[in-house]
Design a protein around this ligand. Structure first.
Ligand SMILES: Nc1ncnc2c1ncn2[C@@H]1O[C@H](COP(=O)(O)OP(=O)(O)O)[C@@H](O)[C@H]1O
Ligand SMILES: [Mg+2]
Length: 343
């Protein structure tokens, strides 16, 4: 649905995008995450060609935007809805009038505008607020207006640039839920740009990590969470899956070692997802290899409706048994890393 091929973008001598290749499939929610200044907004503005790339191709819904003239582009942009962090509503227009605006600009007839606005306000749950002004509604409601307005011309893709960054956690969850619902009901392709891993975790199917104008890692969300490769990805994931063990945990391990100094001990970090999380993997290795396992830290969570576990376990037993147990876990699809060799 969206393809970027070797796209570069620069502001004077500053290269904001350095060779971006991206392929977003129809009907998916594709997340793009990166720190402030990574190039996310530049990327959004390049996808709809508000910024023309310095080099490379942009193809949206089968049309090569980079090959179109300005009038053709204005037409093609109707296929691309956009929502923003600060909503960009017109304060002098009511909720209903804000939603009507893109339809008026597209020359749609009044009775049809009225019908469509009613339908959109119903979809985003704001029918009762239709005659209020933006100053009279909450942030979450403003973003609902933004979403209704973005969908007015029935776009094929929706680009969201930090749409939940100005909202509190509850409004964020509710807006993300609405986006997911729209994605499911209408098969709308959504590109979700954010600096918050929580947003990716809640709704994205796939994710790309952008760092200094480059995509440094991408894949299905659950895979990237289980096996983050790049340092930037790891540090962004830290927000929801702690990557470093607290000192209090390490102190407890040392205490365990002192209490029973004879046996070998290993502190392991385990990550597993999907069906693996439902299997009795830990009791299997305990039984098969006669080792002891204590879960000392971690969480079992859900990502995209799939179980996802990130655990620190302290394993004790003879070294060769511990090695065999680690191999068995890896064989079963668990990502195993030795945090520290204790003892
Ligand atoms: N209009 C501009 N003129 C000059 N530099 C810009 C402009 N817009 C963005 N930049 C620079 O390009 C880089 C990427 O910016 P941006 O795409 O806004 O990042 P993000 O949205 O990830 O925070 C930053 O270093 C930023 O300072
Ligand atoms: Mg930005």
């Amino acid at each position: 649905m969206i393809q970027l091929q070797a796209v570069t973008q620069a502001y004077g001598a500053h290269e904001a995008l350095r060779g971006i290749d991206l392929d977003v499939a129809p009907g998916e929610v594709f997340g793009i995450i990166g720190r402030s200044g990574a190039g996310k907004s530049s990327l959004v503005r390049t996808i709809n060609l508000l910024n023309r790339p310095k080099a490379g191709k942009v193809i949206v819904a089968g049309r090569e935007l980079t090959a179109l003239s300005e009038p053709q582009l204005r037409e093609a942009r109707r296929e691309i809805g956009l929502i923003f962090q600060h909503f960009n509503l017109l304060s002098s227009r009511t909720v209903a009038q804000n939603v009507a605006l893109p339809l008026e600009l597209a020359g749609v007839a009044q009775p049809e505008i009225k019908r469509r606005v009613d339908e959109l306000l119903d979809l985003v749950g704001l029918s009762a607020m239709r005659d209020r002004y933006p100053s009279q509604i909450s942030g979450g409601q403003k973003q609902r207006v933004g979403i209704a307005r973005a969908l007015a011309n029935r776009p094929k893709v929706l680009l969201s640039d930090e749409a939940t960054s100005a909202l509190d956690p509850e409004a964020t969850r509710s807006i993300l839920g609405l986006l997911k619902q729209i994605n499911r009901e209408f098969g709308l392709t959504i590109v979700l740009i954010t600096h918050q891993m929580q947003v990716i975790k809640q709704v994205a199917d796939r994710v790309a990590v952008i760092d200094a104008g480059r995509i440094v890692e991408q894949g299905p969300v659950i895979e990237v969470f289980t096996r983050p490769q790049h340092a930037t990805t790891r540090s962004l994931i830290e927000e929801i899956v702690p990557q470093a063990l607290p000192e209090s945990v390490l102190a407890r391990i040392r205490a365990l070692m002192t209490a029973q100094p004879a046996a070998d001990g290993q502190l392991l970090r385990l990550a597993f997802a999907g069906d693996d999380a439902d299997r009795p993997l830990l009791s299997d290795v305990i039984r098969d290899h006669g080792i002891e396992l204590s879960i000392v830290h971690g969480q079992v969570d859900e990502v995209q409706g799939q179980p996802f576990a990130s655990l620190a376990v302290f394993a004790r037993g003879a070294r060769e048994k511990l090695n065999a147990a680690t191999a068995q876990l890896r064989g079963a699809g668990v990502v195993v890393e030795e945090v520290a060799h204790v003892g």
